[in-house]
Design a binder for this molecule. Structure first.
Ligand SMILES: [Zn+2]
Length: 199
């Protein structure tokens, strides 16, 4: 959003210059003022409000993914949690269950995706957003790609096991990714778990 701002300003200035030319009667001028105000609201203010709203929504659902991670912690699992959201509603949730199920593939994302597919009643989740506390591993990234999920939002980076170490092209082109939402909280949870293990 920050990068596109100069472009918006330029567009606004040239617009004001354009409509400012010629002799205008007062009513037209008043109308122009109103249009200018609407124009700047559309270009400068509304995208910012939308971004802020999106950020608040993302943080809200990431907190719910963190709740899932806390459940994993209570079960002595690596604390990673995930939720799948469609139309502002949670359609799937899950947390890491590798130890509980003695299954190396029982990651939080896998649980949440399976639950979401069952709720939605279809294998494709293109209208859904997955929130996960830690960057997905390459296996989960593959599963996310197969589900054709529309958007992925994650908290902490995972430089060792995260998919970005291998390829960022694992997701279909139309899947958008947002990283770093409540990253500190997400990372702190995992760090404290491993610190306690070493003690
Ligand atoms: Zn995984």
């Amino acid at each position: 959003m920050e990068q596109t701002r100069p472009f918006f300003y330029k567009g606004l200035i040239s617009f004001v210059k354009k409509v400012g030319n010629g002799n205008e009667i007062p009513a037209v001028k008043r109308d122009k003022k109103r249009r200018d105000a609407e124009f700047s609201a559309k270009l400068l203010i509304l995208p910012k409000i939308e971004t802020m709203e999106q950020q608040q929504t993302d943080e809200k659902f990431m907190r719910l993914a963190l709740n899932e991670a806390e459940k994993a912690l209570e079960e002595q699992e690596v604390p990673i949690g995930a939720v799948v959201v469609a139309d502002g509603r949670i359609v799937g949730r899950g947390h890491n269950l590798v130890e509980t199920l003695a299954d190396a593939t029982a990651h939080a994302e896998m649980q949440a995706l399976t639950a979401a597919a069952s709720t939605v009643g279809g294998k494709y989740l293109s209208e859904c957003t997955l929130y996960v506390t830690v960057e997905p591993c390459i296996m989960c990234a593959g599963a996310i790609a197969w589900s054709q999920i529309g958007r992925v939002v994650y908290g902490a980076d995972d430089p060792k096991r995260g998919y970005r170490r291998y390829s960022e092209q694992v997701f279909p082109p139309r899947t958008t990714v947002t990283r770093g939402v409540l990253a500190e909280e997400c990372e702190r949870l995992v760090r404290s778990f491993f610190a306690a293990l070493r003690r």
